[in-house]
Design a protein. Structure first.
Length: 101
C-alpha cells in the first residue's frame, strides 16, 4: 500500500478526535488574534502535525501577520484594509485544500 493512501486513511480515522481543515484554518486565524484557548491550541497543534496544507497555511499566516506587525504606522494608515491581504492569501490556501480533497 502506498504511503499517500495510508496517510489519507490515518487522517480519515482521526477525524473523530481531530479538527477538519476548515476548523483548523479558522483556529489559525483565531490564534493570530490571540484568542485561542489551551484546548483549541492543543487540537490545532495536533492537526498541524498531520496536515501539510494547514501547516503551510499556518506558516504563511504567521509570516503575513509578522510582516503586518512590522509595518510602520504611516503605512498602516495608507492601507486601512491591511487585513484584506491576509484574507486573500487564506482564501487561496483554503481553495488549495478543497481542490486536493
Ligand atoms: Zn488541515
Amino acid at each position: 500500500m502506498d504511503m499517500m493512501r495510508v496517510k489519507k486513511m490515518m487522517i480519515k480515522s482521526m477525524d473523530f478526535v481531530m479538527l477538519d481543515c476548515k476548523q483548523a484554518t479558522y483556529l489559525v486565524t483565531k490564534k493570530l488574534d490571540g484568542k485561542l484557548s489551551a484546548f483549541e491550541s492543543t487540537r490545532l497543534k495536533l492537526h498541524l502535525k498531520t496536515c501539510d496544507f494547514c501547516r503551510e497555511y499556518d506558516i504563511q499566516s504567521s509570516k503575513i501577520d509578522a510582516v503586518l506587525k512590522q509595518t510602520p504606522d504611516d503605512l498602516d494608515q495608507k492601507y486601512t484594509h491591511k487585513h484584506r491581504l491576509d484574507t486573500k492569501k487564506k482564501q487561496e490556501i483554503v481553495k488549495k485544500i478543497v481542490d486536493n480533497q
